[in-house]
Design a protein around this ligand. Sequence first.
Ligand SMILES: C[S@@+](CC[C@H](N)C(=O)[O-])C[C@H]1O[C@@H](n2cnc3c(N)ncnc32)[C@H](O)[C@@H]1O
Length: 310
Amino acid sequence: MKIIKEAKRSQFKNEEGIFSSEIKGSTTLEVSEFYSGAPFPNYQGYESAFVLEKIVSKNPFLNDLKNHIGFGKKFIEVGSGTCQLSLAFAAGTNNLLVAMDPTKESLKLGKDFARKNNINNVVFLNSDIFDDVVQDSFFDVVWCSGVLHHTKDSKKGFEIISKWVKEDGLIIIGVYNKIGRLRTNFRQVIYRILKKSNFSIKLISLLDPYLRRNLSEEKRRAWFLDQYEHPVERKHSIDEVMNWFEDNSISYLGSIPSPSFEFKKISQMDGNKGLFINRFFAQITMLFSNLGGEGGLCIVVGKKMKKVDR
Ligand SMILES: C[S@@+](CC[C@H](N)C(=O)[O-])C[C@H]1O[C@@H](n2cnc3c(N)ncnc32)[C@H](O)[C@@H]1O
């Protein structure tokens, strides 16, 4: 298991294809217990490898990322939940995917999917970011979306995962945005004011654009609990994330939303941060797009600097 630091390999056991270690951090245990009862994002039930690949191909950013990566690369999805992204990026490639999460129940769903769909290039790793078990400078891409804001310390978590990416490799994170999540925060307030009654659940199901979709019972429950009942949740601005990047030798390439207000492929991202006012308005635009309607995640892409550039 070259993926794991040599000194930490003995902590792991292979439990039916999931490499597991004991999770000890109190916040991680609390959050992991929460997701054990509602693995996120869960499945519709009809997905196949082909369906997951199709979902990726319809999403301009994910489609570009998959093409950009190409073949023979190492990619870790940190906080993979039920592993859809890892599975979709593994399918039809010879890339090595690592789906890492402290919630075993979520990894089990991913593992079962991989077995049924004959996807053999995903390693399932049951671990906590803060145990820092992954080899430094090992991955071409480190992806961590929807995770850091649910940990004990987003910046410290970022500092750890940013060591796992190779020089010139990509690190992509998605965090709840201070402005972009306001629509969800508004619904959270309604839910609490109405004392989490059956009526408030029905109202939220009408107001939340994601819940208006045709979802399996498992996906609906996972989303509702994740958005309205989470025990640990923070928000961050693009500027905060840019500072984390700077402090950890990661150069900012681009983001969604972008300070230049246009979608750019990864190969076209030029690191233009714009002015504070551009970034402020870019985050405001989230309120009027799917990004803000569905949770308010802001995606930021960076590249690990070479030692000579630092
Ligand atoms: C909202 S889910 C996101 C899942 C997936 N990334 C997605 O976007 O669909 C958050 C995930 O982060 C995981 N997580 C929470 N704390 C973590 C930690 N300290 N280290 C690694 N993963 C963590 C949870 O177990 C959960 O599966």
